[in-house]
Write a protein that binds this ligand. Structure first.
Ligand code: ASP
Ligand code: MG
Length: 422
């Protein structure tokens, strides 16, 4: 008997029929003797619908007052979900009770629409579990020190579930979703993509930050910090498959470099089309330039990803970096108005039609030449590399967006990811 946290995504909660299936699955785990805490998302499409209503009344304003109300509105999606799931469980003959984030409470900071969890008081939940109840807690939401409702950012229910599992020292946190695990890459792009039986936490963190949308990145950070055993698995298997089989399905996120783990040099290929490239041309090559450019960008709360500066010719160089596409126009304006005039640079140019493709693998730590193999594969496909960035366990390139699928497919094949390691 163990304490287990289940998280169900919006698709899994998408209709009353599906909620009934979730209830039957949770009941199966409960009857097997486990203490169960369940964290569901809002029914699929619901958060978008709710936020859409707000935008019908007034276009998104960047004020704290507006953001506060967005959280007030969006948090109701999960409140409906927990109540429905509790009723479905009761109909299965299980004693179940639901709580919102503020009832637990799940305490967060006050950053509306992207709040961070600070602490979770598990007293009430534990008492219910000890009384034999299944406890259902809203994903995505919490309460700040002043009693305002907050939400954790889109996809935040993953983080709620992991944080609750961490706070309660759960034996495992199972993330039930509409895919059956973590894949070597997106199967919609590469049909040969394989499900990984295990992936290390570090690799998962890179995959999540590089654009794999299986888990919200903060949930992975949380799992790493508190060493929460985490598994991603399908909620579309029949609810009555044997529990032992279900408990071993999907992808387990591991913490140790287990000897028996799939020992691929590269474990996955990630990609995203969310970034845009900006180049400040002809900047003087002298101390303080990177700070003048990127300091101004940071002050405007814009995140920068890849950065590139080359050696100068005649004391001038080009300085390039990428930002999220949503921040592109704002960044260009900012540079033109506030930075270039003081810098003595020539001009600012940009490109939104780029993408970032990355190979990820802890095996890269111990194998030389992995990056050059990547570059060779791209060269053979005639794909020009615009920027490169590396870390211990990944290499990313920025290329023309129109070659994204070609690059992902070619790399997937070249690194033998099409073949089953087992
Ligand atoms: N309902 C929220 C969203 O759609 C949170 C979640 O589903 O994880 O983003
Ligand atoms: Mg999700």
């Amino acid at each position: 008997m163990a304490l287990i946290v289940h998280k169900y995504g919006g698709t899994s909660m998408g209709s009353t029929e599906r909620i009934r299936n979730v209830a039957k699955r949770v009941a199966k785990w409960h009857r097997a003797g486990h203490q169960m805490v369940v964290v569901p998302s809002a029914m699929s499409g619901e958060t978008n619908r709710l936020l859409g209503l707000a935008k019908e009344l007034a276009p998104a304003a960047h004020t704290t007052a507006y953001a506060r109300e967005l959280d007030m509105i969006a948090s109701t999606g999960e409140q409906v979900s927990v109540g429905l799931l509790a009723i479905a469980l009761q109909a299965e003959g299980i004693d179940a009770i639901s709580y919102t984030g503020w009832q637990v409470p799940v305490r967060t900071d006050s950053a509306y629409t992207k709040a961070r969890i600070e602490s979770i008081d598990d007293t009430r939940v534990r008492a219910d579990l000890d009384a034999g109840k299944v406890v259902i807690i809203t994903g995505f939401q919490g309460i700040d020190a002043q009693g305002h409702i907050t939400t954790l950012g889109r996809g935040g229910s993953d983080t709620s579930a992991v944080a609750i599992a961490a706070a309660m020292k759960a034996a495992e946190c199972l993330i039930y979703t509409d895919v059956d695990g973590v894949y070597t890459t997106d199967p919609r792009i590469v049909p040969e993509a394989r499900r990984l039986h295990t992936i290390s936490f570090e690799e998962m963190l890179e995959m999540a930050s590089l654009g794999s949308k299986v888990l919200q990145i903060r949930s992975v950070e949380f799992a790493g910090k508190y060493r929460v055993p985490l598994r991603v698995l399908s909620s579309f298997t029949p609810w009555d498959i044997p529990l032992d089989e279900e408990a071993k399905s999907g992808t387990l996120i591991t913490f140790e470099e287990d000897e028996n783990m799939e020992q691929a040099v590269v474990s996955g290929i990630a990609f995203n089309r969310d970034e845009a490239k900006i180049t400040v041309m002809g900047v003087p090559d002298k101390p303080g330039i990177a700070y003048q450019i990127l300091g101004a960008v940071a002050d405007a709360n814009i995140d920068v990803d890849v950065i590139l500066q080359n050696v100068s010719h005649d004391g001038k160089t080009d300085f390039s970096f990428t930002v999220h596409r949503n921040d592109y126009a704002k960044t260009i304006d900012l540079l033109k108005e506030k930075v270039v005039p003081h810098l003595g640079a020539n001009e600012v140019v940009g490109d939104t039609k780029i993408c970032k493709v990355s190979i990820v693998g802890i095996g890269m730590r111990s194998h030389a030449g992995v990056a050059s193999r990547m570059f060779r594969v791209l060269a053979e496909e005639g794909i020009n590399i615009q920027m490169i960035t590396t870390s211990e366990i990944k290499t990313s390139v920025v290329i023309d967006e129109k070659y994204m699928e070609l690059a992902v497919r070619a790399l997937h094949k070249a690194f033998d990811l099409d073949q089953d390691a087992a």
